[in-house]
Design a binder for this molecule. Structure first.
Ligand code: ADP
Ligand code: MG
Length: 321
């Protein structure tokens, strides 16, 4: 099968909202009058971002999910995406699974594939997503205010836990491993929650490299500090049964420095607490308050008794891990 047959069979779908989709030199998109475009790219490299054992269907889902998570973090509505794909060889079983996982998540989010590039090489997937948002509504990392509550959506640590089981560093009961593995291989981007937090949250980002490290980026962008509590790691909706089964020090590692969570980390004024819960309920996602924004530039992590934890929680960095 040649390159063009491959594109036609696995990656061409009739344009729904695009003026022109796959097939010409450019796709054409008519922006809605008065809306701003939100654009983001994420690349997945085999062995670096995913294990070669992952099912192609889940990989197709994840490649788009990590991109949609960036749109969610801005509160943008997904519109379209492009797919640049480097494949070692043509494997139709793989392509079928990959495109099924990809298009299934795309359809669920009203987001269409409008173009891309296909080449032979090491397995690498690069997606660029396009979303829209009314001017001034985008949720930024730089908006946190002193006194804001800090929240996370969903639960943290499962993806890293599954990775550590794959690496042979931890063990889990089979049902708990399957649940954690699903979070690693098939994360759910919090698109609806991001949109529902417009006008409610002051700052927002998605957690991809680990809570403490990512929170550090948000604090720096906002010019503020924070006090992060950890009583929620002992018992809250943000900790799954699988992570809960670990001893407390391991639980802290997974939840605070795990990575690959793709949950939203956001801040909101205390008088928005009710609106935050309403947004979460409307989207069927839990949110947990995990701390407060403070003056200064320090990030303090407190244990269950309110005593500062001095050890560092190191997040993922591609050039230092
Ligand atoms: P060009 O020669 O201009 O680089 P290509 O031959 O690479 O174009 O691609 C032909 C058409 O197929 C273009 O519309 C391009 O956007 C689309 N395309 C190529 N690869 C993919 C892919 N993996 N997914 C979706 N569309 C693709
Ligand atoms: Mg061309």
């Amino acid at each position: 099968m040649g390159e063009f047959d491959l594109i036609a069979r696995y990656f061409s779908r009739p344009a729904r909202h695009a003026v022109l989709g796959v097939g010409d030199d450019c796709a054409l998109w008519q922006p809605q009058a008065g809306m701003q475009l939100a654009v983001s790219s994420d690349m997945l490299v085999e062995g670096r971002h995913f294990l070669s054992t992952v099912s192609p269907q889940r990989l197709g889902h994840k490649a788009l999910a990590v991109n949609l998570s960036d749109l969610a973090a801005c509160g943008a509505r997904p519109l379209a995406f492009t797919l640049a794909l480097s494949l070692p060889h043509v494997n139709e079983t793989w392509l079928q699974g990959f495109s099924a996982g990809l298009f299934s998540l795309a359809q669920a989010n009203g987001c269409e594939l409008i173009g891309g590039d296909t080449t032979q090489g090491p397995l690498t997937i690069c997606i660029t997503v396009f979303g829209e948002i009314p001017p001034g509504d985008a949720l930024l990392r730089s908006g946190a205010q002193v006194g804001d509550d800090i929240y996370v959506s969903g639960n943290l640590g499962d993806a890293r836990l599954a990775l550590e089981v794959f690496r042979g560093n931890l063990q889990l009961a089979p049902d708990m491993f399957e649940a954690a593995r699903l979070r690693l291989e098939q994360p759910e981007p919090r698109v609806a929650l991001g949109m529902a937090l417009r006008g409610v949250a002051n700052a927002c980002m998605d957690i991809s490299d680990g809570l403490v490290g990512d929170l550090g980026h948000l604090l720096k962008a906002s010019g503020v500090g924070a006090v992060l509590t950890t009583d929620w790691v002992a018992d809250s909706a943000a900790i799954s049964p699988a992570v809960h089964s670990l001893p407390m020090n391991k639980r802290l590692d997974m939840a605070l420095a795990g990575g690959d969570d793709y949950e939203l980390l956001f801040t909101a004024a205390p008088d928005q607490a009710h609106a935050v819960q309403e947004a979460a309920n409307a989207c069927g996602v839990s949110v947990t308050c995990i701390g407060r924004i403070s003056a200064g530039q320090q990030l303090q992590v407190l244990d269950r008794h309110g005593v500062a934890i001095s050890r560092r929680f190191v997040s993922f960095d591609h050039f230092s891990n």
